[in-house]
Design a protein around this ligand. Sequence first.
Ligand code: BES
Ligand code: MN
Ligand code: MN
Length: 462
Amino acid sequence: MSSIQSYISDNKDRFLSELIELLKIPSISADSAYKNDVLKTAEVIKDSLINAGCDHVEVCQTDGYPIVYGEKIIDPNLPIVLVYGHYDVQPPDPLDLWDSPPFEPIIKNTELHPEGAIFARGACDDKGQMYMHVKALEYMTTEGELPCNVKFMIEGEEEVGSENLGHFVKANREKLENDVILISDTGMIAKDVPSITTGLRGLSYVEVEVTGPNRDLHSGLYGGAVANPINVLTKMIASLHDENNHITIPGFYDNVENLSDVERAEMAKAPFSLENYKKALDIDAVYGEEGYTTNERNSIRPTLDVNGIWGGYTGEGAKTVIASKAYAKISMRLVPNQDWGDITHLFKTHFESIAPAGVRVKVTPHHGGQGYVTPIDSLGYKAAAKAYEQTFGKTPIPQRSGGSIPIVSLFEEELKSKTILMGFGLDSDAIHSPNEHFGVWNYLKGIETIPHFYKYFTELKK
Ligand code: BES
Ligand code: MN
Ligand code: MN
């Protein structure tokens, strides 16, 4: 057994119980009712970084939730790895769909996780994955060897768009100077198919409001004679895709990068079972843009999805009413080269232009970010690949993901370094959904793999 493996087996119970304590705090950044819990989580992260061996840790205030910064500088001539993660979590609702309460973590066995999985909001996204780095540092500063310098930057607003982190990065370029950025906030293909995420999609998130008559109306007295904002909104939304599931907003695809046939063939080599995919989601067919495979649709192609829609009467029983207003929250996942500001503008112009007479439409941009692709010939990627080879016994597959971490492109712009996305979650971990979980095996495998990254990165950098 290697030294890291024996350290993990000696400390496994503590690694789990510490994470469980962290998961008990409902650090929901989207809901101000949890403000004190979010702030408390930052303090817990701060203490954990001190305990793991950082020699300087601070909780940096922002206009929103604080950023926890920590560092261990052993020799200014050695490379610097900057670890980024987030301590905030998504709201847990709908609560009644959880088998156990979201902030009372428990370990249960599942088919994919016979070694157990921790069920709690944030278990995988991102407290569990972020904490792997804290424990890997603890190992390296105690029994192992820390081969280079390390900086930690753990934020509390990732799930709400990282706006204040953007300001923080711009204002602290020198402090954050690094040779590579390391993030575990994505997934891998399967426990026996390690992969490194090489792409993230961008995002544009908007809210739309359709207003009809100046008050809610009796649907008998007025029905048929005035525009019903909910009818109109659904019709407008439906028109945003054509019969091939192509998005109809003029100019939407203008900057979309088309992958070559060679690249697409390379992508298609990643193991994937459509049958298992459908089975896991209980659907009898997949659905999406004509001409692309499922894995292409959810990674290299842009999308437009309604995330929520409301208006009118939704309570018990029936109420005959034509609502004055209807609303929807809409997200567009973007691919590299599509600028999220441009796309937001295109959406707004188009959506306003298709509104029929009789209603008024308001489009309010929320937040967004650019997509990201990272090459597989960088030192960071090579070091990560070697680390996985060491601990999984297999070369990892590069894979573009459909999710977004908008701050990553800003990191590259402002800090001029590449980000390596070493994710250890599985798609089935149900992040953002009820019953989110993170495999105990995945958690420990992450802790085991990370120190190898430091070693290989430092060696390759020489
Ligand atoms: N960790 C996720 C992003 C992710 C998950 C990327 C899995 C790749 C694979 C992150 O916390 C997240 O949820 N991001 C948001 C964007 C943000 C602006 C709210 C997302 O992708 O919806
Ligand atoms: Mn995340
Ligand atoms: Mn998330």
